[in-house]
Design a protein around this ligand. Structure first.
Ligand code: C2E
Ligand code: CA
Ligand code: CA
Ligand code: CA
Length: 268
């Protein structure tokens, strides 16, 4: 029981107990997934105007023997709050590097949690991976959200500069949903900006969404950044986004996240 002062004692609600048990279950699932090789990299195509290069975003899944494919929505928050995202994140980067070394024309984007980025040894580990798996480092893009980055601005900025020095590309994910303090954004060494799918969903009919997306595209132009729209589901959105100069499009219309082997030739 939690003691709220004299005469008033409140008990944990069954909801709280339930969530403690649930968190514990997810945590042990994550440990087992790492130890027993249950994580899978899924790929979703990213369609860019110029060039014939093949671009994909890497999206994590767990393949469970009874439950089938488990979505990151069920485990990513707990992976972050327990620190499990660190070993998992290293595994993802290494697997992505393996794919890049096996397919020299491939480009992939990998989601990196800000917690990973703020680890002191993150850049050194990344450099080691680049050395062990041979590929053009500019074929790897790291996607990160901006909010926690701004809370630890100096460290994040130093890390981003070191990553850029390795020729790895940097992208800001879920753009528009966080603080998006423009004064900070301007200082970050970025290559790309990804507009969150909640805004794309409002195109072309919702005035708030369309004006915000137009503003983001104009700002990206001004900062010399590639603009990517995520969550593109209709031809109408494609037409609207292309006519306004959005560089790359991603969404169910072009392809759902699938096993890497569904999109890439099996190597012998
Ligand atoms: P995100 O990075 O913003 O990824 C985009 C999400 O939108 C993905 O969900 C993707 O499957 C989904 N999506 C793609 N196209 C469409 C569409 O046309 N319509 C709709 N409604 N949704 C679409 P997913 O795969 O469930 O991933 C959810 C989140 O989990 C990701 O959001 C990312 O924040 C996190 N995540 C996924 N993989 C990783 C990873 O390897 N590392 C880390 N740190 N986080 C990851
Ligand atoms: Ca992403
Ligand atoms: Ca997003
Ligand atoms: Ca996200």
């Amino acid at each position: 029981a939690k003691n709220k002062g004299r005469g008033s004692v409140s008990w944990f609600t069954s909801d709280m107990v339930h969530s403690v048990v649930e968190n514990f279950e997810v945590e042990s699932l994550l440990e087992r997934a790492l130890n027993q090789d249950m994580f899978r990299l899924f790929l979703q195509p990213k369609v860019c105007q110029r060039g014939a290069a093949r671009h994909f975003e890497v999206l994590l899944r767990i393949e469970h023997e009874e439950r089938g494919i488990i979505s990151p929505e069920e485990f990513i928050d707990i992976a972050e709050s327990t620190g499990m995202i660190l070993p998992i994140g290293t595994w993802i980067l290494e697997e992505a590097a393996r794919l890049l070394s096996q397919h020299q024309d491939l480009h992939v984007s990998v989601n990196v949690s800000v917690q990973q980025l703020l680890q002191e040894n993150f850049v050194r580990d990344l450099a080691c991976i680049l050395q062990s798996y041979r590929f053009d480092p500019s074929h790897l893009t790291l996607e990160m959200t901006e909010s926690l980055m701004i809370a630890n601005f100096d460290l994040a900025l130093a890390q981003l500069h070191d990553i850029r020095a390795l020729n790895v590309r940097l992208s800001i994910d879920d753009f528009g949903t966080g603080y998006s303090a423009l004064i900070y954004l301007k200082q970050l060494p970025l290559d790309e900006l990804k507009i969150d799918k909640t805004f794309i969903a409002g195109i072309p009919h919702e005035a708030n969404a369309t004006s915000l997306v137009e503003f983001i595209i104009a700002m990206a132009r001004h900062l010399n950044l590639i603009v990517v729209a995520e969550g593109v589901e209709t031809e109408e959105q494609v037409k609207w986004l292309r006519s306004r100069g959005c560089d790359c499009l991603q969404g169910f219309l072009f392809g759902k996240p699938q096993r890497a082997t569904d999109y890439l030739d099996e190597l012998n």
